[in-house]
Design a protein around this ligand. Sequence first.
Ligand code: RIB
Ligand code: CA
Length: 338
Amino acid sequence: MGENSISGDPVFYVDCDPGIDDALALIYLIKCHADLRGIGAVAGNVAVDQAAENARRWLALTGRPDIPVAVGRQEPMTGEFWGGAQWIHGPNGFAGLDLPPSQTPTDHMAAAERLVATAHEIGSRLHIIALGPLTNIAVALAIDETLPETVGAITIMGGAHLVPGNVSPHAEANIFADPVAASQVFSAPWRNLTLVPLDITNNHSLSRADVDLLQTASTDPAVQLAATMLAYYLDRHPEFDHSKCLLHDPLAAAIALGSVSLNESPSCTISVETDGEHRGRTLVTFDEDASPDTSASRHRIALSATADFGPLLMSALLPNAQTLREPDAQIISLPSCP
Ligand code: RIB
Ligand code: CA
């Protein structure tokens, strides 16, 4: 893994497809006072216009209507929009909830153009967090091939290495939705790329008791709405006995923020199968397995963390409460945001 390429306090730009767990990632970053400079919306869980509207309304509700939202691409680099994940996130991506409208206009720039402009404004302090299909990132690379050397880092939620996919046996949703974009992004010479796949995100969750606590113990309307959305999410995961919400996007955000440390994050190169039965499958070649003449990669895959992220997320959403996370009702003090 290359040195940390961020020079100075990091500034974050999030490209996402809200989506319930995208919303959790955004409120976590906001509660941790991350320097969040801009949001790009991409079609993924829902169509891009819905994703952008959800982001605007969510930012207003979480007290950050000042953060601009740029509308990105609806269609993937090749082919058509995959249709979205309404069966998980609801018809509008936010459990069908009608959040109060935002007064903040959408950015006059499209998301890819805004990302390039932000990269040239901020330079190596910029850390991109990609939480949806990688279409906008791929378009930004096509606009400006120097992007990977301009920004300090990129953290991507997506892929599945040794575990099954979640939209096919082989593919995770963000990569499946636009495998060509993912292939182009993983092939670019980023100074510091971290992939956060299902292998790690499947191991970090909130329980129904956590969700109930957020609902009853918080006085923050955004946290209460997040709890309502999480209850909806729980009900749509019978495979987990409706008992846990996987924290895909908020975990990726926490890894980018540095509040979750990685135990296993080997250097590697990542490629993607772009069509056929294995469309969206991510293929990882670790540096240690590569031929001796292969130069060291500056890309890595996050496979395990040093601690459970659930308590950290709970402490960010419910900073003044202790939570009964142990079956024997032992109350433990929760870690806080960095
Ligand atoms: O596979 C999980 C990912 O796909 C998350 O980012 C979720 O929001 C969806 O975009
Ligand atoms: Ca997402």
